[in-house]
Write a protein that binds this ligand. Structure first.
Ligand code: CUA
Length: 299
C-alpha cells in the first residue's frame, strides 16, 4: 500500500513536469519559430532570475521525493494498526515453502492462511540457499537468506486466494516453488488453525493398508504425519498430516489427485525435474495405490 501510494505520487509529479516541459517545447516550436526577415530575438543567457528559478524548482521537487521515500521506508517497517501482529515464519526450502505459526503451534506447507484485517509479522528465512518470497498483492519481494530473519509487517484486508512464488533462482526446481496465500475471515481462519492442530484422520480400508506402506518405507525419515497414538516425525520434507487438503502437490507441480500422488511417489522427477525426493520405483502397483489413497485421505 505504502509502496503503491509512493509510486502514484511520483508518477503524478513526473507527469506534471513532463506536461510542463513538453508544453513549453511545443509552444516554442509553433509560437516562437524564426520567421523570414524577423529580427534577432532578445538574448537571455546568464539571466540570474531564470537560473535561480530552474535550480530551485527541481531542488524542491527532489527534496519532496526524498522525504516521501524516507517516509515510505519507515511506514512499511511499522506494524499495521489493529492489535497484536500474528507471527508467521516463511521458510524457503529447495523447493517448497514451510509456514510456521509459532504462537498457534501449527506448520503448513506451500499454503499460507492468514486472517483478513489482522496485522501480520512475516519472518522470511531460508533452510538452505537464497530464495525470494513474493506475493505480488501482499508485499515487495523479500529475500529468504539462510540464518537470517528478514521480517516484514503487512496486513491483508480482502479475503481471497493470492498466488505466491519464489523470485530468486535457487536451483533446478526453482519454477516449482509456488504457494498459495489464502486470506480468510477470522472465523474461517480459526477453523483452519483448529483443523491443522488436529491429528491425521484414522485411515480405513485401502487407506489403512497405505498407512502401513508409509510407515514401513523410508517416507518417515523425511516426512511427518501426526496421528493418534503414533507419530512419524521426519522434518526434512513437508509435513503430510493434512496433505490431502492442500491445493497442489510438489509446490504447484501437479494437482492433488490419487493418480498424481501415485506418479509422485513412483518417480517425483517426472512431475518436478530436479526434486530432492527420491522415487520408489520398486513399490508394487498395489502398494502405490494404497499409499496414494492414504495420503489423499489425509484431509
Ligand atoms: Cu526458491 Cu527460487
Amino acid at each position: 500500500m505504502e509502496i503503491s501510494n509512493l509510486f502514484w505520487i511520483m508518477l503524478a509529479i513526473s507527469a506534471l513536469v513532463f506536461i510542463g516541459v513538453a508544453g513549453a517545447i511545443l509552444l516554442s516550436i509553433f509560437r516562437f519559430s524564426a520567421r523570414p526577415a524577423a529580427p534577432e530575438p532578445r538574448q537571455v543567457a546568464g539571466d540570474r532570475r531564470l537560473e535561480t528559478l530552474w535550480t530551485i524548482i527541481p531542488f524542491v521537487l527532489l527534496i519532496f521525493a526524498f522525504g516521501a521515500t524516507v517516509k515510505g521506508i519507515t511506514d512499511i517497517n511499522t506494524p499495521a494498526k489493529g492489535g497484536q501482529p500474528l507471527d508467521i515464519i516463511a521458510m524457503g526450502h529447495q523447493w517448497w515453502w514451510e509456514f510456521d505459526y509459532p504462537t498457534l503451534h501449527i506448520t503448513s506447507s506451500n499454503e499460507m492462511h492468514v486472517p483478513a484485517g489482522v496485522p501480520l509479522h512475516i519472518h522470511v528465512e531460508s533452510y538452505d540457499v537464497i530464495h525470494s518470497f513474493w506475493v505480488p498483492q501482499l508485499a515487495r519481494q523479500l529475500d529468504a537468506n539462510p540464518g537470517q530473519d528478514n521480517p516484514v509487517f503487512v496486513k491483508m484486508d480482502q479475503p481471497g486466494t493470492y498466488a505466491g512464488m519464489c523470485y530468486e533462482y535457487c536451483g533446478a526446481a526453482h519454477a516449482w516453488m509456488k504457494f498459495e496465500t489464502v486470506v480468510q475471515p477470522k472465523g474461517q481462519f480459526d477453523a483452519w488453525v483448529k483443523h491443522l492442530q488436529s491429528p491425521a484422520a484414522r485411515p480405513t480400508g485401502l487407506a489403512a493398508k497405505g498407512q502401513k506402506v508409509f510407515l514401513s518405507n523410508t517416507c518417515v525419515n523425511c516426512h511427518s504425519i501426526i496421528f493418534p497414538g503414533s507419530r512419524a516425525a521426519g522434518g526434512v520434507g513437508p509435513n503430510l498430516t493434512h496433505v490431502g487438503s492442500r491445493w497442489a502437490i510438489g509446490a504447484g507441480a501437479a494437482s492433488n489427485t490419487v493418480a498424481n500422488l501415485m506418479q509422485w511417489v513412483h518417480q517425483p522427477s517426472s512431475l518436478k525435474p530436479g526434486v530432492n525426493m527420491p522415487g520408489y520405483p520398486l513399490l508394487s502397483q498395489k502398494d502405490l495405490t494404497a499409499l496414494a489413497t492414504y495420503l489423499h485421505s489425509l484431509k
